[in-house]
Structure formats: structure tokens, C-alpha cells
Design a protein around this ligand. Sequence first.
Ligand SMILES: [Zn+2]
Length: 88
Amino acid sequence: MASQTIDILCSQCGAFMLRYQKKGSGQLIKLYLDRVVEPDSLLRLKTVSNKSDLPALTCTDCGNRIGLPHEGGTYRMIKGSFRRKGVK
Ligand SMILES: [Zn+2]
């Protein structure tokens, strides 16, 4: 399956949240930390093995919550809380 690079932006204030290597063209429902390209603050979470130690994904600018910790180094994205933008 082809992968594409996308930027995830906060839907409330438009701030950049993260850059991601997405597989396929469907909606982003589950976020795999392994496929996050930046920022470093998220890359560091790859080493967290315990779900309860993962913080929620929130916008650093407005506090909007865009994803909740899920098992196995993944996040479940909250529909409508973020926008995506393709990156060339
Ligand atoms: Zn925001």
C-alpha cells in the first residue's frame, strides 16, 4: 500500500500538530507513533510501552484534544478535532 505524508493541524486554531506517514487514502482513525515524522515530543513517546503513561494528544496552542491513547503505541483520533493537509 502506498503511503503519503500528511500534516495534522488543529481544527480550532489551525496550529501544526504533527507530520505523519499515512498508509492508504482513508480517514485517519488510528495514529501509529511509529509513523510519526515530527515533532520530537511525540517521537519520544515511542518508548512508552504502557498505555496509561501516554498523554492525550492536545493542541499546544489552544488545548484542543485531538487524540486519545490507545494500545500498542497508537492513538485513537477524535473525529472533527483536526484537519489534514497533504505534504509534497
Ligand atoms: Zn489549537
